[in-house]
Design a protein around this ligand. Structure first.
Ligand SMILES: [Zn+2]
Length: 196
């Protein structure tokens, strides 16, 4: 093997190695251990009795990777009622975009442990910053704002700070669903629940 070829092969090996490391960094596997669903502080983010499919689950090759890997997308039509998955104080409200474009309209709620849930792509908010909210309270109408890929859905995530780019997302289970891990494509009914 001549010198030139050796250098080329070396570069190729380096490239493949770096690409692999980059891929593993961006798409780390989901945690093996999720919080116990039966004692979870969270319920599904839609009204009791309603059922919606999980459009995108955790740790996917779609939008839910890297810092967003513990996000959930529920396939909800524009105008469907979104409810709080956990009680807290409304931390942020963003509206003004119309369905089909713009940036995300969203509601963020801060819980008593400091974590913050985000409800994104909504059509409009029903709440204002500073309002106290209980789990199950209606907070928004689902929509199709921001980068939805053209499909109306609700994006839900929980973080330890307001922007996941700074702190990532946390694995979340829901106590009114009857299962620990939600599977993409399955339809989940929100069962009755008690406040924590
Ligand atoms: Zn999403």
């Amino acid at each position: 093997m001549n010198k030139k070829r050796l250098v080329l092969v070396g570069l190729l090996v380096c490239f493949v190695l770096l690409a692999t490391l980059n891929f593993l960094g961006a798409y780390p596997p989901c945690a093996d251990e999720y919080p116990d669903w039966q004692t979870s502080p969270y319920v599904l983010p839609y009204p009791v009795g309603e059922s919606y499919p999980l459009y995108q689950g955790n740790c996917t090759l779609g939008g839910h990777h890297g810092v967003y890997r513990y996000s959930y997308d529920f396939l909800m039509p524009i105008g469907a009622v979104v409810t709080a998955a956990r009680g807290g104080i409304v931390f942020e409200v963003r509206t003004g975009s119309v369905d089909g474009g713009g940036s995300d309209n969203l509601v963020k709620i801060q819980h008593d442990d400091g974590t913050i849930a985000a409800y994104s792509h909504i059509h409009d908010a029903m709440v204002a910053v500073g309002e106290g909210i209980e789990a199950g309270d209606p907070i928004a109408w689902s929509g199709n704002t921001g980068q939805t890929g053209g499909t109306p859905h609700l994006h839900f995530q929980v973080s330890t700070c307001s922007e996941p780019v700074n702190c990532g997302t946390l694995p979340v289970t829901f106590r009114n669903v009857g299962e620990e891990r939600l599977v993409e494509g399955e339809v989940y009914e929100a069962y009755p629940f008690e406040q924590p």
